[in-house]
Design a protein around this ligand. Structure first.
Ligand code: ZN
Length: 181
């Protein structure tokens, strides 16, 4: 069972293609569905889910994601991105989270299909300095989030994030990936 293939199968099925059982195995039905999707998308129908195909399969789901009135998305509460100074130096949101980043994190969450833990969202300058962030850190502007997905290698998380157009920096020793728009 390959979790990525499973996500591909789910995305194909959601688009009306027939990848066969959603079992994470790249069998003939999945291959046929991938090729049909590639054909319909103007991509080379080679049956390989490379960057372009992955992008097309997952990124275009962005438009169907809705926001709650308070800036939360289906899988992330706004509070998960609050500055973790705990109200000591700021009120939690010295800047609002970037909308495009939130949409792409939601798409990433959907692609992974497991909980995603945000370890750092927005930071006030004092907290940023405290945790050793660089002076012009994107965290200051709500343009970055550090996260991990339990059970999934951060390399895999980073690869999917990059396919969604996010910039990824791996912090392998600390077990998280920094994603930014
Ligand atoms: Zn703060």
């Amino acid at each position: 069972m390959n979790p990525f293939i499973k996500k591909v199968q789910e995305a194909l099925a959601a688009r009306g293609y027939a990848p066969g059982p959603i079992d994470g195995r790249d069998g003939p039905k999945t291959q046929k569905a991938v090729k049909a999707f590639q054909q319909d998308s103007g991509l080379s129908p080679d049956g390989q889910v490379g960057c372009l195909t992955e992008n097309r399969l997952f990124t275009e789901q962005l438009s169907v994601i809705s926001f709650d009135g308070d800036g939360s998305t289906p899988h992330f509460a706004r509070a998960e991105f609050a500055c973790d100074c705990g109200g000591v130096y700021c009120d939690g949101f010295p800047a609002e989270m970037n909308l495009e980043l939130l949409l792409k994190l939601e798409a990433l969450r959907n692609a992974l299909n497991v909980p995603v833990i945000i370890t750092s969202g927005v930071r006030c300058p004092t907290r940023n300095a405290e945790v050793g962030g660089v002076d012009n850190s994107q965290h200051l502007f709500g343009q970055a989030a550090d996260l991990y997905a339990p059970g999934i290698p951060i390399e895999t998380v980073a690869a999917i994030a990059e396919s969604l157009g996010l910039a990824a920096i791996l912090y392998a020793d600390r077990g998280f990936v920094h994603l930014a728009v």
